[in-house]
Ligand binder design. Sequence first.
Ligand code: ADP
Length: 234
Amino acid sequence: MFFAKKKEEKEVDLVAMAAHQLRRPLSSTRLSLEMLMKGDFGPLQPEQKDIIEKILKQNATLMCLINDLLQMAQAEASPKNQTGEYVDVMSIINAALTLNYEEINRKKISVDFNRPQVLPRLRLKKEAVAIIFNNLIDNAVKYTLPGGWVKISTALNAKNIEVKIQDSGIGIPDEDHQKIFGRFFRARNANTAAPGSGLGLFITKNIVESGGGKISFDSKEGSGSTFSVTLPAR
Ligand code: ADP
């Protein structure tokens, strides 16, 4: 099967396979490190804890990178402009919130989701729409400090569906606005807040635009961010 495919399809398969294979050892390394950290194998010196914390951070960064590479491969593997497919945006956003449920709870973030009344038909594939909202909701939760909030609202008209994802998080410094959708770009204030690869928004913008949509944002460092996605409804 693999050898019967075109060169680009093989490359996508290869990235997907490599990403899957890399996730397993990385997860088991994280589990072992967490056990060490909890003192399951005996008490640790503060210096030893520091080092384990650093390795855990690197582990989380690698996991983000692998997940994003996998997403990129999935997005490339699916035909993007399939018309007329019924996409249930509400359940896609609900699923993205569920994926972040643990972190939302842990950080006591309040979530407000104004659910759409009517579900539109979108030109993009379901998997592609899921990648868009997973990335944006994941970022909103990830970059919001404990006790903050995330608001999701939708608006429909004859031609478009617009989804706004607003957060009270760390915001994006002015000087980084131009570069934020670039490949591997992370803003100056991102590293101390959360691990990441800088690939999510690059992938998201590509998918949105390949479906004839638009993505924009408004953000101020320290005052939160609002990402808006407009996708053509049918
Ligand atoms: P990452 O894996 O680093 O989160 P993304 O491509 O999703 O990568 O985002 C790129 C950068 O944009 C992030 O590193 C962060 O600096 C900034 N960013 C994205 N979303 C938000 C947000 N909601 N609040 C603050 N900064 C954000």
